[in-house]
Every structure is written in structure tokens, then in C-alpha cells.
Write a protein that binds this ligand. Structure first.
Ligand code: ACO
Length: 329
């Protein structure tokens, strides 16, 4: 079967206006700019207001991505949203985006793969186009994690921020295309990063609200750290091997932006020069599924990533999930 090549034809991002600095956080919990900067590399993050839900950020990012792709919005035949902070359990955030964008007939799907959500969305979208029948697919990674943070827990509240990044995927007619991808998961590590309350295991109750268990729970940051490094290293190699290229060939690496020390460990293990590592974590914190498309958009917009260059994206996330995508921009 002749599979079609697939490219990213447009990208865009959206973040809330409100900036929360490390010093702002130090007024809420026992922490400091020095601790957060040294341990994570984060300086500030964006926090959405009460009126803003995940879909609102998706829509803004998607509009930019569609504009850059040059297609008409009605040519989109599938919307996929990677998120762990959907507007509702149901309907899907993808459906809310479809309605807001005024797109008539298209397939809609939310993917729950934690911080790997955007790369999972890209992998699914790529196959739908490659096999034919679908031409233009909107793949989005978006979160409003600050809505599920326990603001009394300094272990977690300093890490996360809100945002969205979107990509339009289309059939490729040149060398600029997705070259390979790989997905993985390890449910045995699911407890490392978990929201205990609010789902069918522990439905919303007064107790859930009182003990704040409908918020992000991360009891062992060090274990996450170790597994993040190993899984992103593995995914990077798997993705490169499938494409038949080496780390030497890679011009830019965009890992999931969770923590600068994790990213530093990954490039050391991979033997990739620091100059190739693209980071904007200091501005946004960990935006989970949104982090990779936001970083990609920033570095394409500022001219760093140029046409024809090889860009490797790697992610890890709650689940535990991990993923890699290699593309020629
Ligand atoms: N401010 C000040 N002190 C703090 C804070 C804070 N915000 N948070 C924790 N501490 C304290 C701890 O209580 C501990 O104190 P103690 O020694 O008195 O017990 C001390 O700092 C050291 O804590 P450690 O956990 O040993 O610190 P570590 O160097 O491991 O850094 C961190 C913690 C930043 C969480 C690190 O483990 C990490 O980055 N892990 C990965 C976590 C992560 O990225 N999670 C989210 C990503 S998952 C995803 O994106 C899907």
C-alpha cells in the first residue's frame, strides 16, 4: 500500500495573559525563586482566569495554525485534542473546538496521554492522512493545569502552567514531512502522577473536596525524574532508528518542557550538544500536552527552526506514557 507523506502545514499557540512569577508563588507557599529556578529552570508560568477553559486556548492556537496552513477551516476533516484538563468529561473538547470554529462535518477525538498527548495526537493524525480518506487534521495539545492544582502543595503548584499549541497536518508534497514516530506506555507507573478524586473510582463528594484529592498528586518527583530521562532517551533512539538517522543528524531537540535538569540529563545521555536543545520552560512552566507545540511554535516564529532542518520531539507523561516524533521542517 502506498502511504502518503504527512507534514505540519501550520502551527500556532495560545497562553493566558496573566503571568505568575516565582516570587508571586512564594507569597502563597513556603518556596523561593531560588529553589524553583535551581531545581526546575522555571521562572514564571501563565494562569488562566475563571472564564477561560482549555477549549478557549485551543481555539486561539487552532486559528493561528489554520491561518498559517493556508487551508480553509472547512477543509479540516478531523480534530484531535490531547489534554488531561478537558472542559468537561463529555462532550469532548475536540467537539467544543469544532463548534467554536464553525467546522461542519468532521471527526472529533480527545486523547488522554498526559504530557505526551500532543505527540500521540500527531501519531494518530499522521496515520489517518497516510492511509488516505482524511486530508487536513487539526492536532492540539492543551491544558489548564492550574485549575487542578492544590495551591497549598509546594511540591506541585510551582511546576505547572496553562497553554495550548496546535498543528494542522496535511499531505506532504516535498521533503518537509514527518519522518518517523514512536509511542509507548507503562501503566505500572500510573500512580506516580495521578488525580485520585473526581473519576468513577472516587466520584466527587464532600470528602474529595475537603481533602483536595481532585488535584494533581505527585508523591515521588525523583522517580518521575528518573523515568522521564530513561523513557525520553529510549523514545529518541527508537524514533531515530525508524528513520535511519542518528543524533548527529538532528538539528534541534524539543523535549517535553517539564524541568531543565531532566532535559539536561536527556541530552547528556543522548550525546546531543546543548546548542541543539530548545527550551522556553522558563516562561511557561510545565504545560503538559501543550509544552511541545508551544515550544515548536515559538522557535519557528523567531526563525530558529528553518525549512529543511531535522527536529526531534520527545515526551513523557502521566500514564506513564512516552513518545517521539522526527520531522523535517
Ligand atoms: N520550594 C521549596 N522547597 C521545596 C519545594 C518548593 N516548591 N518543593 C519541595 N521542596 C522541598 C522538599 O520538601 C524537600 O524538603 P526536605 O528535604 O526537607 O524533605 C526538598 O525540597 C528536596 O526535595 P526533593 O524532592 O529531594 O527535590 P528534588 O531535587 O528531587 O526536586 C523536583 C524536586 C523539582 C520535583 C524534581 O524531583 C523533579 O523535577 N521531578 C520531576 C517532576 C516533574 O517534572 N513532574 C511533573 C512532570 S510529569 C509530566 O510532565 C507528565
Amino acid at each position: 500500500m502506498d502511504l502518503k507523506k504527512v507534514k505540519i502545514s501550520g502551527i500556532g499557540k495560545a497562553v493566558p495573559e496573566r503571568i505568575m512569577t516565582n516570587d508571586d508563588l512564594a507569597k502563597i507557599v513556603d518556596t523561593s525563586d531560588e529553589w524553583i529556578t535551581q531545581r526546575t529552570g522555571i521562572k514564571e508560568r501563565r494562569v488562566s482566569d475563571d472564564k477561560t477553559a482549555t477549549s478557549d486556548l485551543c481555539i486561539r492556537a487552532a486559528e493561528d495554525a489554520i491561518k498559517m496552513s493556508g487551508i480553509d477551516k472547512d477543509e479540516i476533516d478531523f480534530i484531535i485534542v490531547g489534554t488531561v484538563t478537558p472542559d468537561y468529561f463529555f462532550p469532548s473538547t475536540a467537539g467544543i473546538v469544532q463548534k467554536a470554529l464553525g467546522i461542519g462535518k468532521c471527526a472529533i477525538l480527545d486523547i488522554e496521554a498526559g504530557c505526551s498527548g500532543f505527540l500521540y495526537a500527531l501519531a494518530v493524525a499522521r496515520r489517518f492522512i497516510a492511509f488516505g480518506g482524511y486530508r487536513h487534521i487539526l492536532a492540539i495539545g492543551a491544558e489548564t493545569l492550574t485549575k487542578i492544582i492544590n495551591w497549598e502543595d509546594r511540591n506541585t503548584c510551582v511546576l505547572f502552567g496553562d497553554g495550548a499549541g496546535a498543528a494542522v497536518l496535511s499531505p506532504a508534497d516535498s521533503e518537509s514531512c514527518i519522518l518517523s514516530d514512536a509511542l509507548s506506555g507503562n501503566g505500572n507507573l500510573g500512580d506516580l502522577l495521578i488525580m485520585h478524586g473526581g473519576g468513577s473510582r472516587n466520584p466527587i463528594s464532600q470528602k474529595i473536596l475537603d481533602d483536595k484529592s481532585a488535584t494533581i498528586c505527585m508523591e515521588n518527583g525523583r522517580d518521575i525524574f528518573k523515568n522521564a530521562v530513561v523513557s525520553m532517551y529510549d523514545m529518541a533512539h527508537e524514533t531515530l532508528n525508524i528513520a535511519g538517522v542518528t543524533t548527529e543528524d538532528v538539528k534541534w531537540l524539543i523535549p517535553h518542557q517539564a524541568n531543565l535538569r531532566i532535559m539536561d540529563s536527556v541530552i547528556k545521555k543522548l550525546g546531543i550538544e546543548k546548542e541543539k536543545l530548545l527550551v522556553d520552560l522558563e516562561k511557561y512552566g510545565n504545560t503538559s500536552a501543550a509544552s511541545i507545540p508551544i515550544t515548536l511554535t515559538d522557535f519557528v516564529e523567531n526563525g530558529t527552526i528553518k525549512k529543511g532542518e531535522l527536529v526531534l520531539l520527545v515526551a513523557f507523561g502521566a500514564g506513564f506514557t512516552s513518545a517521539g516524533t522526527l520531522l523535517r521542517w
